[in-house]
Design a binder for this molecule. Structure first.
Ligand code: COA
Ligand code: AMP
Length: 647
C-alpha cells in the first residue's frame, strides 16, 4: 500500500485530494522513480488545458519493469499469457519481460522510431501486444492500439490522424468460430491512408493464410515505400534499448474512441500522470499489490485493457493475466473460473455483458463448483452499467463482493469506484459508489447549475481532471475544448447522465449523446449511419441503440429508400450488414434493418432518435411539440415496438 493509502477513511482522503491537490499528487508521484523529480503537480497556466508534473522527467517503462528488477524482484511473475483459443500459455518474469521489451525497443529504434514518433499497433491478445506497447513507452514513442474487430477503413482513419511511420501487427487473431486474417486488412489500410506508412512489422502466427510476403506484394505496386518486416527476425537481430528519459508531460499513447460524429477522437495521455495515477489505483481500487494476480478480461484495444492488463499491474509490481479467449465458448462458461484456480487470481475485472453471457450459458453457475476459486477476493465490473440482477446473480455464485466502477476512455481510470484497498464501502446496487481521488463530480442541469441529491442530470467533473486522464485530443486542442469543456464552464462534460444520492453515491444511467454501448464496446450511431447512407438505395436513415438483454444495447437501423429504388428488403439488409462490417468492422454488431416510409423529424429537420428509442424500448415517451408531422410517429409505432421484441 502506498503512502497516500495509509488513511483509512476514504472520504477524508478524497477531500484531501481536492483541497491539497499539490500535496496529494506529489506524494503519490514520489512512489515512482524519477530522473528529475517534479516540484509542482498541476500546471494551470494554460487553463482550461492542464498538464501534470510539468517539470518532472521519467520513463514509464522503467517504472513498470526495470524499477522492480532493481528492487530485487526480477524473478517475480509479471505476465501470464493464457490462450484458450490456441491452448497455449507462457509466463514472463519481470526480468524476462524487460529483456523482451528492451530488445523490441531496440528493433524499433533500428527502424528509426524516435521519441514522439507514433506507432500503430493492430494486434490480437498475444504477449507481443504488451511487449510492443511497453517498447514504445521505453523509447518515448507514442503507441496507438486499434482493436482487432475494426475494419481496414477504420485503421486507415487512425493512420491518417496519428500519422505513424510504423505499424506493428500479426498474421491474425482467433475468434471462437473463425480466424481473422489481419494482413489483408493492414495492407488495405496502408493503401487507403493518405499518410505514408514506412514500416510494417508482422508477428507470424501459425495457421493464417496471408503471409508477410503476399501482403508485401499487395502493397508493392501502390505503396512501394512500405517495407514489411518479420517481428521475430527483427527482434533476434536487435540490441536491447535502455529507457529514454522523457518529460512527464510527454505523450504515452493515443487511443481512438467513438464520439457523436463519424470521426473518432484521439484521446491522448502522458507518461508521468498515467504512471502516478495508475500506480495509485492498483492497490487502492483493485486491492492488487506486488505478487498478487489480476485478470482483466478486456482487450488491449480498449482503455480498460491499456490500464489494467498492461500498465497498472506492472507499475504495481503485480502479475497480470493476458487472456486470449472469450468468457463463454472457449471452451465453456467456466473459462474465468478455470483461470482463477490455475493462476490463483485475486481480482477479476470484466464487463457486465460478459457476466450476462456466462449466466445465459450456465444459468445455475454450476461450472463454478468445478474449480477451486478460493483465491478470488473481488469481482470488478466496468464498461457499462452493472444491472442489479446480474450483480446479485454473480455475487451469489462466487461469494465475493461485486464492485462496479465507472469510467471512460477519456479518463483512463475509474471516475467512481469502491476503493476496497483502502476502505470497503457498502455496495449499493446500481451505483458505481464514490468519486475517486482528484475527481470532483457534480450533476448539472442544462444551464450548468448543480442539481440537488437524487435529481438526474448531466454528470460533469470540475477541472482540473486528475493525472492520468486525457490532456487533449491528438493534435486538436480546439476539438477537445469544444467537445468536452465548452458546455459548462470550468467542467469536463462526461456525456453521461445520472444522479448522486444523499451519501454521495454516483448512479450513471446512460449517455446524453448518440454514443451507444454494445457488449461493453463504445460505438457511434452517427458512424454507423454514415456507412448505411453510402448504400445507393438509401435516402436517409437513423441508427439507434435498443436495449438488449445480453449486450446492453444493440444498434438498429431505420431507413427510407430513395424514391423509385426497387430492391428486395432481405437483400438490402444483407448488403447493409456486409457493408457496415466491411467499413467499420464486425465489432459494430449491426444486424437489424427496417425499411420505413418516413423518419420522424422536428420542423428544423432533426431526426427524433431519442423518441424512437424510447418507443422501441417500451419506455414513456413524449413527442416534442416541434415535430414536423405527428402521423409519421403513429405509422412507425408497430415497427419500433416490433424491433424491441425482435431479439
Ligand atoms: N477481432 C475480430 N472480430 C471480433 C473481435 C476481434 N478482436 N472481437 C469481436 N469480434 C467480432 C465477433 O466475432 C462478432 O462477430 P460476428 O458478428 O461474426 O459474430 C462481432 O465482432 C461482435 O462481437 P461481440 O459484440 O464481442 O459479440 P460476441 O457474441 O462475439 O461476444 C461477449 C459476446 C459478451 C462474449 C463479448 O462481447 C465480450 O466478452 N464482451 C466483453 C467486452 C469487454 O470486456 N469490454 C471491455 C470494456 S470493460
Ligand atoms: P468507454 O470509453 O468505451 O470506456 O465507454 C465509456 C462509457 O461507458 C461511459 O461514458 C458510460 O456511458 C459507459 N460506462 C462505463 N462504465 C460504466 C459503469 N460502470 N456504469 C455505467 N456506465 C458505464
Amino acid at each position: 500500500m502506498n503512502a497516500s493509502t495509509s488513511h483509512t477513511d476514504y472520504r477524508q482522503l478524497h477531500q484531501r485530494s481536492i483541497t491539497d491537490r499539490e500535496g496529494f499528487w506529489l506524494e503519490t508521484a514520489a512512489e515512482l522513480d524519477w530522473d528529475s523529480s517534479p516540484t509542482a503537480a498541476v500546471d494551470a497556466s494554460n487553463a482550461p488545458l492542464y498538464r501534470w508534473f510539468p517539470d518532472g522527467q521519467l520513463n514509464l517503462c522503467h517504472n513498470a519493469l526495470d524499477r522492480h528488477i532493481a528492487a530485487g524482484r526480477g524473478d517475480c511473475t509479471a505476465l501470464i499469457y493464457d490462450s484458450a483459443v490456441t491452448e497455449g500459455s507462457r509466463s514472463y518474469t519481470y526480468a524476462e519481460l524487460r529483456d523482451e521489451v528492451a530488445t523490441a525497443a531496440g528493433a524499433l529504434a533500428g527502424l528509426g522510431v524516435s521519441p514522439g514518433d507514433r506507432v500503430l499497433l493492430y494486434l490480437p491478445m498475444i504477449p507481443q501486444a504488451v511487449i510492443a506497447m511497453l517498447a514504445c513507452a521505453r523509447l518515448g514513442a507514442v503507441h496507438s492500439v486499434v482493436f482487432g474487430g475494426f475494419a481496414a477503413k477504420e485503421i486507415a482513419a487512425r493512420i491518417d490522424d496519428a500519422a505513424p511511420d510504423t505499424v506493428i501487427t500479426a498474421t491474425g487473431g482467433i475468434e471462437p468460430t473463425r480466424r481473422i486474417e489481419y494482413l489483408p486488412k493492414v495492407a488495405e489500410a496502408v493503401q487507403l491512408a493518405q499518410h505514408g506508412v514506412r514500416d510494417v512489422v508482422v508477428v507470424d502466427r501459425e495457421g493464417f493464410e496471408t503471409s508477410l510476403d503476399s501482403a508485401a506484394a499487395t502493397t508493392s505496386a501502390t505503396s512501394p515505400a512500405v517495407q514489411w518486416h518479420d517481428w521475430h527476425q527483427l527482434t533476434t537481430q536487435a540490441e536491447p534499448a535502455d529507457p529514454v528519459t522523457v518529460d512527464a508531460t510527454h505523450p504515452l499513447y493515443i487511443l481512438y474512441t467513438s464520439g457523436t460524429t463519424g470521426k473518432p477522437k484521439g484521446v491522448v495521455r502522458d507518461q508521468g500522470g498515467t504512471a502516478a495515477a495508475l500506480q495509485w489505483t492498483m492497490p487502492s481500487i483493485f486491492d492488487v499489490g506486488p505478487d498478487e494476480v489480476i485478470l482483466c478480461a478486456s482487450d488491449v484495444g480498449w482503455v480498460v485493457g491499456h490500464s489494467y492488463i498492461v500498465y497498472a499491474p506492472l507499475l504495481a509490481g503485480a502479475t497480470s493475466v493476458l487472456y486470449e479467449g472469450k468468457p463463454v465458448g472457449t471452451p465453456d462458461a467456466g473459462a474465468f473460473w478455470r483461470m482463477v484456480e490455475q493462476h490463483k487470481i485475486k481480482s477479476l475485472f470484466t464487463a457486465p455483458t460478459a457476466l450476462r453471457a456466462i449466466r445465459k450459458a450456465d444459468p445455475e453457475a454450476s461450472l463454478v463448483a468445478d474449480y477451486d476459486i478460493s483465491s478470488l477476493q473481488y469481482l470488478f465490473s466496468a464498461g457499462e452499467r452493472l444491472d442489479p440482477e446480474t450483480q446479485r446473480w454473480i455475487g451469489q455464485a462466487l461469494d465475493v463482493p461485486v464492485i462496479d466502477n465507472w469510467w471512460q476512455t477519456e479518463t483512463g481510470w475509474p471516475i467512481a469506484a469502491n476503493p476496497v484497498g483502502i476502505q470497503q464501502l457498502p455496495v449499493k446496487e446500481g451505483s458505481a459508489t464514490l468519486p475517486m481521488v482528484g475527481y470532483e463530480v457534480e450533476v448539472l442541469d442544462p444551464m450548468g447549475e448543480p442539481l440537488p441529491a437524487g435529481q438526474e442530470g448531466n454528470i460533469a467533473i470540475k477541472l482540473p481532471l486528475p493525472p492520468g486522464t486525457l490532456h487533449s485530443l491528438w493534435g486538436d486542442d480546439d476539438r477537445y475544448v469544444d467537445a468536452y469543456l465548452s458546455a459548462f464552464e470550468g467542467y469536463y462534460t462526461t456525456g453521461d447522465s445520472g444522479y448522486i444520492d444523499q451519501d454521495g453515491y454516483i448512479y450513471v444511467m446512460g449517455r446524453t449523446d448518440d454514443v451507444i454501448n454494445v457488449s461493453g464496446h463504445r460505438l457511434s450511431t452517427g458512424e454507423i449511419e454514415a456507412a448505411v447512407a453510402e448504400h445507393p438505395a438509401v435516402a436517409e436513415c437513423a441508427v439507434i441503440g435498443l436495449a438488449d438483454e445480453l449486450k446492453g444495447q444493440r444498434p438498429a437501423g431505420f431507413l427510407v429508400l430513395k424514391s423509385g429504388a426497387e430492391i428486395d428488403h432481405q437483400r438490402l439488409r444483407e448488403e447493409l450488414v456486409a457493408h457496415v462490417r466491411a467499413t467499420i468492422g464486425p465489432v459494430a454488431d449491426f444486424k437489424e434493418v427496417s425499411v420505413v416510409e418516413a423518419l420522424p423529424k422536428t420542423r428544423s429537420g432533426k431526426i427524433l432518435r431519442k423518441t424512437m428509442r424510447q418507443i422501441a424500448d417500451g419506455q414513456d415517451y413524449t413527442v416534442p411539440s416541434t415535430i414536423e408531422d405527428p402521423a409519421v410517429i403513429d405509422a412507425l409505432l408497430p415497427v419500433l415496438r416490433g424491433s424491441a421484441g425482435a431479439k
